[in-house]
Ligand binder design. Structure first.
Ligand SMILES: [Zn+2]
Length: 86
């Protein structure tokens, strides 16, 4: 079974990728917005006039998917803890 073999022999590699992605999300939680390519502005379809980019709210930055997941997990954890105390 090649897939099983890959998992057995390649798990340090997979772990490395996961850890480095996690670190990347910690150090650089933002990446350039796909819509405006980091500029925060988009030109209208006719090529005249500049609008602020709605998806990133003109900041030009988007949260990484990993960071978004981390944030939502954190929020869930905090809500859980709060409920337990009361
Ligand atoms: Zn944008």
């Amino acid at each position: 079974m090649p897939l099983f073999d890959l998992l057995v022999k390649g798990w340090p590699f997979i772990l490395l990728i996961t850890v480095s992605y996690g670190l990347m999300c910690l150090i650089w939680p933002f990446k350039a917005c796909r819509v405006c390519k980091g500029s925060g502005r988009i030109t209208s379809r006719l090529g005249r006039g500049i609008r602020l980019c709605p998806p990133c709210e003109a900041s030009g930055l988007r949260l990484r998917a990993g960071r978004k997941a981390w944030n939502s997990l954190n929020r869930l954890y905090r809500a859980n803890r709060r409920n337990r105390r009361s």
